[in-house]
Design a binder for this molecule. Structure first.
Ligand code: NAD
Length: 335
């Protein structure tokens, strides 16, 4: 007998929950991202058709995976959410139209266009310019305390420099493993006869989520800041900036920001950016799986707000799938 829509939803939810556990908790995925995304979209479609079958624990309503118990936990003051996905130019137009309708706006948006770095999201807290805490995204509300591990990444300043540094500044960004370092690490593992890492994302996640920071210190990790979380700033310097300007300010305080980021106006400029980065993808020193498009104006961001697991003002415009199932299944994983 054909399963009912309710049974189908439940079966896909269970399958995605298993994939999530393997990916987020074990850092050892068993299927390529494209397969995960395909199944996720199938669930989204079913849930759109039959909203009565949406459950609170559906992967469409939640972010990431639960933090590992071996780490101390950190409560995020502002949730660390995920991103909705676009796979084609039509999805991008639909995204702009939804926002225009919601804001009752006729003009073009200023978009901050950024490579979608394939690593893991972290939050780094500075108090009076000093790094005091760092955490993984976890389930978006509770992350893992990885302060000692983050402190071993040389690109991340322990002390910010420059003028008008806020009393509290939470910086969000991606920890990732550049391709050269990844190749070196796997070559060393091969020579020792150890298991190889499946891809740079898993290598980065496995390296950062180590109980012993001395191991993290030996791994070639890099960081780019891409957002600001909680801020306590009497000078209100960051309040008056747009998202793009905020990133430039972070750079001035000594935080690495991806040099490929561009501020553009309107959808067709976004498509140009997408194409340009896609063409240059193989030249980049790190792996990316798309571009992230963000409305840069903070008042507009605030007015648009959030849905369950993602902001309404940003979208991940993913590149066509590159990885093959066999590349994942052929490799033994190391965490
Ligand atoms: P996501 O990776 O699609 O998008 C959100 C994340 O993008 C952020 O948390 C951040 O880490 C990252 N990011 C990179 N550059 C960014 C930038 N410039 N600005 C903002 N964020 C940036 O969402 P997700 O919830 O982390 O993961 C879902 C995706 O992970 C799926 O679409 C799938 O591709 C993959 N996944 C795969 C499996 C699997 O088994 N293969 C399982 C779960 C998830």
């Amino acid at each position: 007998m054909k399963p009912t829509a309710e049974q189908q939803c439940a079966a896909i939810r269970q399958q995605l929950a298993d994939y999530n556990y393997q990916y987020y908790v074990l850092d050892a995925p068993t299927v390529p991202d494209a397969e995960y995304d395909r199944l996720y979209r199938e669930l989204q479609k079913l849930e759109q058709q039959f909203p009565e079958f949406i459950t609170q624990d559906s992967p469409t309503q939640r972010v990431g995976g639960a933090p590992l118990a071996k780490f101390a936990q950190v409560q995020h003051r502002l949730p660390m959410l995920s991103l909705d996905n676009a796979f084609a130019a039509e999805d991008l137009s639909a995204f702009s139209k939804r926002m225009r309708d919601r804001l009752d706006l006729s003009g073009e948006f200023s978009f901050c266009c950024e490579p979608k770095l394939d690593g893991l999201a972290v939050s780094i807290r500075y108090e009076n310019g000093q790094l005091v805490q760092a955490a993984t995204r976890g389930d978006g509300y509770t992350g893992e305390d990885i302060t000692s591990n983050i402190r071993t990444i040389r690109a991340i300043p322990l002390q910010l420099k420059g003028e008008s540094i806020p009393a509290v500044l939470e910086v969000r960004g991606e920890v990732f493993m550049p391709l050269a370092g990844f190749a070196r690490l796997n070559e060393q593992a091969r020579q020792r006869g150890d298991k190889l890492f499946a891809n740079p994302r898993n290598a980065a996640a496995g390296s950062l989520r180590q109980l012993d920071p001395a191991i993290t210190a030996t791994r070639p990790l890099m960081f780019y800041a891409y957002a600001v979380g909680q801020v306590e700033d009497p000078t209100q310097l960051l309040d008056s900036a747009c998202h793009y300007q905020r990133l430039q300010q972070l750079k001035q305080w000594g935080l690495p920001v991806c040099p490929e980021i561009q501020l553009v106006t309107g959808e067709s400029a976004v498509l140009d950016y997408y194409q340009q980065i896609l063409t240059r993808r193989a030249e980049l020193a790190y792996e990316i799986d798309g571009v992230v498009i963000k409305v840069s104006n903070l008042a507009q961001q605030q007015a648009l707000g959030f849905v369950a697991r993602a902001p309404r003002w940003a979208i991940a415009f993913k590149f066509p799938a590159q990885e093959m199932l066999t590349t994942l299944l052929d490799v033994d994983f190391q965490v």
